[in-house]
Ligand binder design. Structure first.
Ligand SMILES: [Zn+2]
Length: 221
């Protein structure tokens, strides 16, 4: 039997981020949820991922890229990082970068969210590219404020995410950006990716699986 991911996630999406929001994780520890059980839960999500097929969902425009992002998210989760992945494609639709959250492993880097990892790699490897027109980034979870601003500064034309992040996502708060940043938004389209509901739910669950542990690590610093 695996921990109830949904209940953990729903708790996190309510209330304020303070010591109280860390309680569910502490409660899990007190109830004796061992790392082994956490691992089994990850295995369960990996099994769900293995059961999905890009070919089975040809009707969804972003299904293939969404699966790449989710695969990266699962790798991040297996390493003790936030379970978020991202993939970057050029104007021809070719995958040019893919990556995953790397905040805690191999060592703490507060900036290495999946979107940042992907954009850092692309900008370092392709200094000759001078326009982001036609480029698209697909991430498994709605971008946070830091990544939202980074993708605006980078000029990425299209940003798509699989699952909303009601607690940490920036999309619904973008009207509060300073004017200069709002102006950058004029050249970017951001929306939910066109993927199957089962893949969207998987993206949310991989993130939720890692959320309490990662937040506790962050808050303990
Ligand atoms: Zn972020």
């Amino acid at each position: 039997m695996r921990p109830n991911i949904a209940s953990v996630g729903s708790h996190v999406e309510q209330g304020h981020e303070n010591a109280e929001t860390l309680t569910p994780h502490a409660a899990l520890i007190r109830r004796g949820v061992s790392p082994e059980r956490t691992k089994m839960t990850l295995h369960d999500l990996e099994a769900r991922f293995a059961g999905l097929s890009a070919a089975q969902h040809a009707d969804f425009q972003d299904q293939h890229l969404g699966m790449v992002a989710c695969q990266e998210a699962l790798r991040a989760a297996s390493r003790g990082n936030y379970g978020v992945g991202a993939v970057f494609v050029d104007p021809h639709g070719t995958v040019v970068e893919q990556g995953q959250n790397a905040v805690f492993y191999p060592h703490f880097r507060s900036d290495l969210h999946a979107e940042m990892v992907v954009m850092n790699a692309f900008e370092d490897r392709h200094p000759e590219v001078d326009t982001m027109r036609g480029y698209a980034l697909v991430c498994s979870i709605e971008p946070c404020p830091m990544c939202f601003a980074r993708l605006l500064a980078a000029g990425v034309q299209t940003v798509k995410f699989l699952a909303e992040d009601a607690w940490g996502g920036m999309l619904r708060h973008r009207q509060h950006l300073p004017d200069a940043w709002q102006r950058l938004e004029q050249r970017q389209a951001i929306s939910q990716a066109d993927v199957s509901e089962s893949l969207r739910q998987l993206a949310a669950d991989v993130f939720r699986l890692t959320l309490d542990l990662c937040r506790q690590k962050l808050w303990s610093r």
